[in-house]
Write a protein of this length. Sequence first.
Lengths: 367, 524
Amino acid sequence: MNRWLVGALWAELIAGTLAAQRPPAPAAMKPTLPDGPGRQVVQQACGSTCHGAEIVAGKGYSRDNWATVVNSMIARGAKASGTEFGEIVDYLTKNLPPRTGKAGAGGVGFIGSGPDDAHLVDGEAAERGKSVYVAECITCHGNRARGGPDSLPPPQRGADLVRSLVVLKDRYGATIAEFLKKGHPMQSGKPSASLDGPQVLDLAHFLHLKVNDTLRSGPFSEVINVLTGDAKAGAEYFNGAGGCNKCHSVTGNLAGVGKKYDPPALQQKFLFPKSFSVGRGGRGVSSTKPVTLKVTPAGGKTVSGVLLHLDDFNVSLRDDAGEYHTWTRSSGLKVEKSDPYQAHIDLLDKYTDKNMHDIVAYLETLK
Amino acid sequence: MRTTLFLFLVVSSWAQTLDPAKLSAPPTDTWPSFNGDYSGRRFSPLTKVNANNVSSLSLGWVYRMTAQSAGPFPGSIKSTPVVVDGVMFFTIPDHVWAIDARTGRELWHFAWPSRGGIHIGNRGVAVYGKWLYFETPDCNLVSLNMKDGKERWHKQICDPDLLYFASAAPLVVGNHVIAGVSGDDLDVPGYIQSHDPETGAMQWRWYAYPEVGSPEAKSWPTVEAMLHGGGMTWGSTTFDPELNLIYFGTGNPQPVIAHKGRMGDNLFTECIVAVNADTGKRAWYFQSSPHDTHDWDANQTPVLIDGTINGQPRKLLAQAARNGYFFVLDRVTGKNIVTSTFAKANWAKGLDQKGQPIPDPAKYPQIDGALVSPNQAGAANWPPPSFSPATGLFYVNASNAYSVYYIYDDTEKPEGWGGNDRGGWSETVMQAIDYQTGKIRWSHKWEGPGGPRSGVLSTAGNVVFAGDPQNNFVALNATTGQPLWRANLGAGMSNGPISYQLDGIQYVVVGAGDTLYGFAMHGK
């Protein structure tokens, strides 16, 4: 098949959808944020500068996964206080849980990508469809419907159904039924047209579930195993080259840290201590220390406190007594910044991946 | 030329029109395309606002998208406005507005009845004669009448069922409307295509994979992997009229993170590509990220520079890529002249003979994590950079960043993403890069943690405009990087700033969140 034939194939497929013009759907159908405590802060932090809140509103995750999403956004500059990030994770966990199981859940459209009228997977029907798949399809199309194994000879190596246009264009079995009516080999030897309407619909739910499982917002976006390091080497790094023991003590402020966080959270926590962490048992743990400032006007007295705002033109802080101070920056105004996590930031340029894995292994032992 | 003359005669009685010939050398009372001109340099020759008086720049008008016009959550303005004959046109996904470029007064608003797709952003409109063109998340290229925002036609350019969507600003070149596509949830091929500006009919399509059996096809293990290999075209396109070549970048290969089924360089993903504007035939390619595994789309603007290398005048192209590398190429041949880094980048172990980075397998995503810089958001991304011929500097709002990349799907045949990065740290720095050497001439680190980056505008007034992570719209001295002026807009700057002059008043317009701000320099 040459490039142009392949191109023509794709063009034809896309032109095919062009012919099937559907009536317009109202723009108001876009998902919005459910009411509940924390909605306002979610709207402000997640729905103003970078993207609209509908990007968030279409998703459904566990607390761990929402915390992961929020941490990625903190790293990209999302603006809120530690407490507010806690409220955001609480709101998202409560109002936008994983979409599984029931009818109407797990549709492609509702996670933000794909068409609004995409097939919505019914979990129970997909479970029934799995039985049909195992009985009639699995030998050639593989365990995950991504095509048969390379060990099979080409005629028996079934197509990748997650990439199949018959599946991707299907809604509730309509396109799949049309395909099966034309005749397609099945494991039982029965004609494919013998599958009845409900069986085809169940099979469609199962195949669409396999597509949804493939998406990055799917249920398998979990860290597999980060405990691959050498705890002894981790202890050496902690007390030696890493200099961690200059601020931390494994019997003091890090006592029991391996009990507090599971290993993936532990890895993120020491690399990026400003991240929002979910501890073992699903509790939010946010105890980051603020950046502090010392500001000295020309000939004036030094004022110290927690940084509230600092840019090239202005600076403000809140002192220990709770008073707010604000200045215009100038060459005569001395501003000294102190980030309690600067040592962690500096280490990012120094860690090898082995150091990182060894430290996780070591911290995990601190129970 | 005859077409241009004819068009000029026909359109001269209309109020808002654009002679396509003016896209090459736009008058200063317009900003007629996403980048302002075909070079992509986003340089304004205007000098009424300059480094000596920018501290007197004042607010002329404000336009805020209202809930009534844009639905309950309008999101943010990521489009670069286009200005023609005193009227400004801008977009968010599914919506187009026309406002008065002198006052911000709304003239019309168009809402597309959406059928889905990712609503992450829309980069803006293209204009041709009296017609506007924009893309929708549900994969349509739509043409409107500039006068009243009435739809003229729409054409489907991709398939939402395959999880494509569309977000790019089209580019008008002669009698072509060039449209790129987006989407990397499922493993589908990228392409870019051209449409007739009058009828909307497709003229050509270029696919981001090589011909089966060609030497480049050997950069994939199988034809199946190649045909599902990604390489979307959501960035901005530039054009050299003398060479009749358009230039654009291609996005990440698929599957995005879990890469074991696509070992090899994965051409033509992650490439800067030159294509004949009339035929869609490839002239050359240069791969910014061979075998990318970090979602570092090479869609950053390929900026065209008419410069000098070793005393010789050269036609050049420069890109500050998402992977942290800065490239200068000969845009006639695609041959590399400069490769350097403009941000932290720990993922390559050197350069190959073509000047392309060689990925370090140790920094591929790993089951137990790999600490990688930059992070997935990249050292640069969609916010457009700028090049000033006055200073010879390439300005990019860059990120130094780290995150950890994991493989989530360790099975035999991963698809889609199969992994991702998590967490991270970042800081944002304005980098002024000498295009002849790739060396950083000056660097201005913004205070605080890295934030949403903005686009950049440089001007003949020796000013660079950009956003900082603290919601400020800032003017810097283009030669030294010294901050000169700011306006805190209360939301992060969300697009690329533009400038134009009307009735002797120079305007600088920027979007921040749901609002456009029109700054104006009055007086002499």
